[in-house]
Write a protein that binds this ligand. Structure first.
Ligand code: ZN
Length: 133
C-alpha cells in the first residue's frame, strides 16, 4: 500500500482534532529525509486544514464562526439533512501538502494539522503519503 492511515474517532458534532503528532510519527518512521507529505481525508463532511496549534481559542473561534457563516438549518435541498457539514468540509478542503526536510515536517512554529469534523461523532480515516524528492 502506498500510503498509511490514521484512524480518528471524533466525539463531537463539530470539532477540530490536532493530528500533527501522528503525521510526524509517520514521517519519521518512513525514513524519508526530503519530499512532500500529503494528508488526505476520504470523506465528504470532514476536512483537513492547517492552523494555530498553540491557543485552543483559535480552533473554537473557527468552529463557532463557520457555524454562523453556514447555519445547520437553512433551505438546503440535500435530503440527508447535513448540507452544512458538506459546505464546511469543502471550505476547509480535503487535503494538505507539507514539505519534508531533514526528515521532518516543515511547519511554522504555531502551525498544526487538524482534522475538521463537521458531522460527528464518526470514525474518520486520514491517509498520509510521502513522496520522496
Ligand atoms: Zn450528506
Amino acid at each position: 500500500m502506498g500510503y498509511l492511515e490514521i484512524r480518528v474517532a471524533t466525539c463531537s458534532h463539530s470539532q477540530m482534532i490536532n493530528i500533527t503528532g501522528q503525521v510526524r510519527d509517520i514521517v519519521s518512521e518512513s525514513g524519508i529525509m526530503s519530499g512532500v507529505c500529503y494528508i488526505y481525508i476520504p470523506h465528504t463532511t470532514a476536512g483537513i486544514t492547517i492552523n494555530e496549534n498553540a491557543d485552543p481559542d483559535v480552533v473554537s473561534d473557527i468552529i463557532y464562526e463557520t457555524a454562523k457563516i453556514v447555519p445547520w438549518n437553512n433551505s438546503y435541498k440535500h435530503m440527508e439533512g447535513n448540507s452544512a457539514a458538506h459546505l464546511k468540509a469543502s471550505m476547509m478542503g480535503f487535503s494538505q501538502a507539507v514539505f519534508v526536510d531533514d526528515g521532518k515536517l516543515v511547519l511554522g512554529t504555531w502551525q498544526g494539522i487538524f482534522l475538521c469534523e463537521f458531522d460527528g461523532p464518526r470514525n474518520r480515516r486520514v491517509l498520509v503519503k510521502i513522496i520522496e524528492g
